[in-house]
Design a protein around this ligand. Structure first.
Ligand SMILES: Cc1cc2nc3c(=O)[nH]c(=O)nc-3n(C[C@H](O)[C@H](O)[C@H](O)COP(=O)(O)OP(=O)(O)OC[C@H]3O[C@@H](n4cnc5c(N)ncnc54)[C@H](O)[C@@H]3O)c2cc1C
Length: 410
């Protein structure tokens, strides 16, 4: 098949806060086209990036060079029921896994608030859902194939090159361009979802119960009466918490006559929420032992900054994992997401949030706004040096770096 060169339209991310015009954009028709294109770009000293579905708020897709559009590499390649592993093309969305996995008696172990990200993008940035025993998407990557910065095709698996896997699991696309991903999945399950509305103090009293007794627990704290509609939440007023509690349903779970705030369905139908592109988000991962103190300080900070901070505060938890650049590397975390409104100067507020989280050794979400420097990352991520060394090995010319990532991982 031939490669189709396209004109170079401006690329804009989903929320609209990042845009750029690459020198050239090429729509890839087949996997084999990728390696020669990267080899040629490297020989000419031209940078290469590829987008997932553009849901990151940070400039991690940006390039002045070649933007490779992998949209045609979408869908499931194979399902291994016995090992509970599925291999997919990089642009397969999280939602694409739902029906085919269900039919094979399998499911993604957890999902985030939306299911429209590409699996390669979700894994590159350690996208997560909520649950103290549930790791993020990166931790589910057990193997794959990527094209490195010199155009070499590299196969990765836990058996063959276990040293590369924990770096590839959360790589921001800096080791290479992933063309196939194999992820570990779970037996199919239904979720019993309960939505509660509680005042903040009442939620804090029951915080431990919610964290430990449910498979997944998350909540939005609403700083003002205007908060709920901003995240398409249909209930709540100032100081209320909109709480999501998920438990795995069993055959014994009663299904008839459920109250309005409860629902049972296949897992992948329960997770996704609806969002409009209307916010810019900062998200940090903070040590669980400090959870209550952080929640209390964050609420005070938001109340001081009102009315700028009308956007709800989203709170989740994530299990520890072994991916070197994962914010959950060997640490279970409370996850705090804070949003700023486009069109207003939200930076001073977001910087104040960053300063608070820095006190608690907060690690950033790579797809969301943050204020990291290479020094800060080195202090927060014990395997940072190993990651940078591996990045230089696979991409000695920095073909996959851009201004943003060169400053942090060059
Ligand atoms: C409305 C909304 C809701 C969100 N909800 C959540 C949530 O619940 N939980 C959470 O953790 N995050 C959430 N996010 C953040 C989002 O999941 C991450 O930013 C994720 O990376 C986006 O995936 P994407 O496919 O859009 O990737 P992009 O943002 O397009 O790209 C992310 C990175 O992946 C790289 N990449 C993409 N494809 C490849 C490839 N084939 N090979 C190598 N590198 C590649 C890109 O170059 C880039 O560096 C949300 C974002 C939005 C806008």
């Amino acid at each position: 098949m031939t490669t189709t060169p396209t004109t170079t339209p401006r690329w804009t991310n989903w929320v609209g806060n990042q845009s750029f015009t690459p020198r050239q954009m090429i729509e890839i028709q087949a996997e084999e086209e990728i390696a020669p294109l990267i080899a040629q770009a490297a020989a000419e000293g031209i940078g290469v990036r590829t987008p997932g579905t553009g849901h990151s708020f940070t400039p991690i897709v940006e390039t002045e060079g070649l933007l490779l559009d992998l949209s045609r590499l979408r869908g499931i390649l194979s399902i291994d029921r016995e090992r509970r592993q599925v291999t997919a093309w990089p642009k397969t969305t999280v939602g694409d896994f739902g029906d085919p996995l269900w039919e094979a008696g399998l499911a993604l172990n957890n999902q985030g608030d939306i299911d429209t990200q590409a699996i390669a993008g979700a894994i590159a940035t350690a996208t997560h859902g909520s649950g103290l025993r549930l790791p993020n998407f990166s931790a589910t990557l057990v193997g794959g194939r990527f094209v490195d910065g010199l155009g070499n095709v590299v196969e990765v698996s836990a058996e063959e090159n276990a040293d590369v896997l924990p770096a590839l699991q959360t790589s921001l696309g800096l080791l290479g361009l992933m063309t196939r991903l194999t992820i570990q999945v779970a037996p199919a399950y239904e979720l019993h979802a309960t939505h509660l509305l509680l005042p903040y103090e009442a939620l804090i009293e029951r915080f431990d119960e919610f964290v430990h007794n449910y498979r997944s627990f998350a909540f939005f704290w609403l700083p003002s009466d205007a908060s709920a509609p901003l995240y398409c939440l249909d209930k709540g007023q100032a100081d209320d918490c909109v709480i999501k509690l998920y438990q795995q349903a069993t055959p014994d779970t009663p299904r008839e006559g459920l109250p309005d705030n409860q629902r049972i369905d296949r897992s992948y139908r329960i997770y996704p929420m609806h969002y409009d592109p209307n916010f810019h988000e900062v998200e940090y991962f903070l040590p669980m032992p400090h959870a209550r103190e952080i929640l209390c300080e964050m609420r005070k900070l938001m109340q001081r900054w009102l009315p700028l901070s009308v956007y709800p505060l989203e709170i989740r938890t994530v299990a520890a994992d072994e991916a070197w650049l994962s914010p959950n590397y060997q640490r279970e975390n409370l996850v705090v997401s804070v949003s700023g409104e486009p069109g207003v100067d939200y930076w001073p507020y977001l910087r104040a949030v960053d300063a608070l989280f820095a006190e608690f050794k907060g690690r950033p979400h790579w797809g969301k706004l943050h204020f990291m420097t290479a020094d800060r990352i080195e202090r927060l991520f014990p395997r940072y040096g190993d990651f940078v060394a591996l990045r230089r090995r696979f991409d000695p010319q920095g073909t996959f770096l851009n201004g943003h990532t060169r400053a942090l991982f060059g």
